[in-house]
Design a protein around this ligand. Structure first.
Ligand code: DGJ
Length: 615
């Protein structure tokens, strides 16, 4: 593996045994893409791959060189307005109202290993020899602003990770209106676009269609990565199958609003973009202020979808997931949700726990309903203390009894939310996300807490630290059951409101990080009404994700297959449920239901005391 720099031709070649990624600095100082794909031999000069052509009516950067037409060149990370008319990688609004920028090569640095992204989830290395990183610095002198493009090449995987960092030193400042994590121009469009789409209960269904000229892609503006579109897409050759053919995978390590698209021009060049959704995004930068984009992970495979999936699985299982649970077999659990909903107490939990212990179940999870006075979904979110009616001996008492049966205890939480009927809301109505003097929407009778406000995150940390210290809880299911609306933070100035949605997710990451450090033994499972936030960002904190609220075995096969395109099966929360199925009222034999659930981290989601002896 090596990241090679050819000084004479100003060319960079990222090359390992499987892939090559090549770009060069052109005479206008901007980096231009030359090649991305199967490994090629290195050479000092790849300029034969540069295609220059005068396009009718197009802007030219040099009066004496009509062929230097920016809209025809394949760029690395391009802006809009100075000749390139495609979807840009970034946009900076300046003090005088202009969005025209001119970032040119300033310097570069090649180092072993991989730097961390501050406050953001990212893939990592265990030893510096596993990867090399190129930092390419571009500078715009007029606005005293730099962009550092990060490229990390893994030694043993067909993987290149990308991210960008913006640093503005000018006192006047700039506003970042768009900042993609990656932009790649491929010289052709003979590809199928593969995405994972769906809805609640139908997450990550595989969609495959040929690219056509124009813009096509996926996105979320819901504040979470969403059931509808997962932050993953692939470009596969039309002939590519599971086992053969070329495919490029793109995956974003992020859990908030995202945008991922292929922009195909009429000369058949494909620009692939992926990053935070620009809708509502507006990040002020001044006096040395920085902005880091989330990380995007590119995989190239010439052994079909299977080769791509294996690379993602290996990377995400071993170099994204962290902590003691990364390499450990996961416990077989029984979750109370489909067994009891809100209708349970300590005795009912212990009854299933007793039988569960005999059947080899290792972990009893009390899902929604154990806290506040939560007998339905209309109250108590925010009141993170046990309901004395249901758990008269508190969490400690429950734990001791569960543990004496030979089981561990797990808990459900939904810490990003607040119910109107809660002590937290009565004490701090100003902590919900709401736009002043405008109606505020509810969903499932709940509001989002303002995670852009560090005070809110601090409060939640203390509340959760208290309950997780009360008893040695070994598993937490962190749920999130509504998308974001009327996003406005009372804790931020008018100028900062365009940062709320990203700050919100940074707040979620910060809370996860603090809890993981404080309770390193806890296994976290992420959830968002099933699989509304099963993304790589979450995997950095929670090694498992509850893939879907749909527990029908036949539907689960599709959901698990789609998810497996990008995510390792050890991260799939998959449970055996009762029949007729709660969601679809359909039946499947017990062994089918069990076999399907065994393709994930196996668990039970039913009242086992209702099963027959034979079952
Ligand atoms: C949605 C989750 O997906 C379910 O598994 C369950 O935890 C409910 N929320 C509880 O309200």
């Amino acid at each position: 593996m090596a990241i090679i720099y050819h000084a004479k031709t100003n060319t960079f070649h990222l090359q390992n045994r499987q892939v090559s990624y090549i770009f060069t600095i052109l005479k206008n100082g901007r980096p231009a893409q030359l090649y991305y794909g199967k490994r090629v031999h290195d050479r000092a000069d790849f300029s034969h791959l540069l295609e220059l052509e005068p396009r009718a009516m197009s802007a030219c950067s040099f009066p004496d060189d009509r062929a230097f037409s920016p809209e025809h060149i394949k760029w690395e990370y391009q802006d809009y307005g100075a000749g390139d008319v495609r979807e840009p990688a970034f946009t900076l609004l300046q003090e005088n109202g202009s969005r025209i920028t001119d970032f040119v090569y300033e310097s570069h640095r090649i180092t072993d290993g991989k730097p961390k992204l501050p406050g953001l989830p990212a893939t990592y290395v265990d030893t510096p020899e596993e990867a090399q990183t190129l930092e390419l610095t571009l500078y715009d002198a007029l606005i005293d602003t730099r962009i550092v493009l990060y490229y990390t090449l893994y030694r043993d995987l067909p993987v290149i990770t990308r991210s960008a960092r913006f640093i503005c030193h000018s006192g006047e400042g700039v506003r970042l209106l768009r900042a993609m994590s990656l932009s790649v121009d491929l010289p052709e469009d003979r590809f199928d676009l593969i995405t994972l789409t769906g809805s609640w209960q139908r997450e990550r269904a595989v969609s495959r269609r040929p690219l056509v000229p124009g813009l096509q892609g996926i996105y979320s503006t819901r504040g979470c990565s969403s059931h509808q579109f997962n932050p993953f897409l692939a470009l596969a050759r039309p002939e590519t199958t599971e086992q053969s053919g070329e495919v490029y995978g793109f995956s974003l390590v992020y859990s908030g609003n995202f945008f991922a698209a292929a922009d195909v021009d009429t000369y058949h060049v494909t620009r692939l973009l992926m990053g935070i959704h620009p809708q509502g995004f507006n990040w002020p930068l001044e006096n040395g202020g920085e902005f880091w984009t989330p990380e995007a992970v590119m995989v190239y495979s010439d052994t079909g979808l299977n080769g791509m999936s294996q690379a993602y699985h290996t990377l995400y299982r071993t170099r994204l997931t962290r902590g003691v649970w990364r390499d450990r077999p996961r416990p077989i659990l029984l979750n109370s949700w489909e067994a009891f909903h809100y209708d349970f107490d300590q005795n009912r939990l212990l009854e299933v726990g007793k039988l569960g212990a005999e059947l080899g179940i290792e972990l009893l999870v009390s899902d929604d309903g154990w806290f506040g006075h939560r007998d339905n979904d209309r109250s108590s979110l925010g009141d993170w203390y046990p309901d004395p009616k249901k758990l008269p001996d508190g969490l400690r008492g429950l734990y001791e009894r569960v543990h004496s049966l030979g089981l561990e205890l797990g808990l459900w939480i939904e810490p990003e939310m607040v119910s109107e009927d809660s002590n937290l809301f009565r004490a701090h109505p100003e902590w919900r996300l709401e736009t002043p003097n405008r109606p505020v929407s509810q969903s499932r009778s709940q509001y989002l807490l303002d995670y852009a406000n560090p005070q809110v995150v601090d409060h939640l940390f203390s509340a959760l630290e208290r309950i997780l210290s009360e008893a040695p809880i070994s598993y937490v299911k962190w749920d999130m059951n509504r998308s974001m609306s009327e996003a406005f933070s009372g804790a931020l100035s008018a100028k900062e409101q365009g940062t709320v949605m990203h700050r919100y997710i940074l707040g979620v990451y910060a809370l996860y990080e603090r809890l993981i450090r404080r309770f390193p033994h806890i296994l976290f499972e992420s959830c968002a009404s099933g699989g509304g936030r099963c993304d790589p960002g979450m995997l950095y904190y929670a090694p498992q994700c509850w893939l879907s609220d749909n527990t029908d075995a036949w539907e689960r096969v599709k959901i698990q297959y789609g998810s497996s395109l990008a995510y390792p099966i050890i991260s799939f929360g998959a449970h055996l449920a009762a029949v007729p199925n709660r969601q679809l009222h359909r039946s499947a034999p017990l062994d089918t239901r069990a076999n399907v659930a065994l393709f994930g981290t196996f668990g039970y989601e039913l009242d086992i005391t209702k099963m027959t002896e034979a079952q």
